[in-house]
Design a protein around this ligand. Sequence first.
Ligand code: FES
Ligand SMILES: [Fe+2]
Length: 341
Amino acid sequence: MGWGMDSPGLFADLAAQRACWHPVAFASEISDRPVHADLLGEPLVVWRGASGTLRAMSDLCVHRGTALSLGWIKGDELVCAYHGWRYGADGRCVAIPQKEDPTVVPAKARVRAFGVQERYGLVWVALDEPRWPLPEVPELETGDWMTVPAGPYRWHCDAGRQVENFTDFGHFPWVHPGLLGDPERPVVPRHEVQADGHVLRYEIVRPEAPNRDDFPVFGNDQAGPPERRSRYELHLPYTIALRLGWGGERGMVYLFASQPAAADRCAGYVVIGRNYQLDQDDRVIQDFEDTIFGQDQVVVESQRPERVPFDLAAELHLKFDAVAVAYRKAMRAAGLAAGPP
Ligand code: FES
Ligand SMILES: [Fe+2]
């Protein structure tokens, strides 16, 4: 892994992120065919075995390096498209059809299999033993809330830039005027960040931006002051649970997780839950998110370096950038950012 033109510096340490859960696909995308995904520069194949159980393995056939995702599923085995070698759930090759006895397979004939789980409608993979569990977002697992997927938003930047953008308060009125902020009210509300192990918690209360007729997605038409309370949990390295409330029963939750595909590429997955407007067409909120993420993408992909520089001297932080400062400190403290060897 090269350090690129912006080296030397302190950037996300891809090796350290192997021991974390990352999203690699929406679970609904994985059905009867193997699917390719990139995680931390490693090519993966994700597929479902006989009982529907998810599998994640290296996407390189040990025979000739063919992408196993070009192959197909037969029972509980994955068949390579080139010479038909068959792999079991643990990554071991179980049959080599070219041999007199196809089941006599050398021990070396195996690919790496990785930890995988399905939760919140996403496929999560950890390349090494994960240090932390996934965040708990019970709203997305009760039947009373409606959930809508949005994305994935594939950007040319590192996952850290995408995460910081998702939780950057100062840009809302400028990049999303009329949607997430009001250019007449650019002052960022006071907030404090509590660091609790690998989780950062903070909240802001701000005047509600009115729903627009084209995107009636927020639950704010209820009694009480026109305020929106946003409670954030940022789980290192790249997952955020955001809960929105308007002082009443109505609630909305955003689960945002960025897939670190490579050092300079990411994909953002959004799962939105809410306990109101349960019959609204999913497309309304998806169009809204596509609009917001599209506005952000232009700005974020222009940032240099393409990766979050974790040295606090590298960019200019002011008080209202408290989240980015806390994030960069926490990533370093957790050993998730490192300088060149
Ligand atoms: S390359 Fe996969 S079986 Fe030959
Ligand atoms: Fe934004």
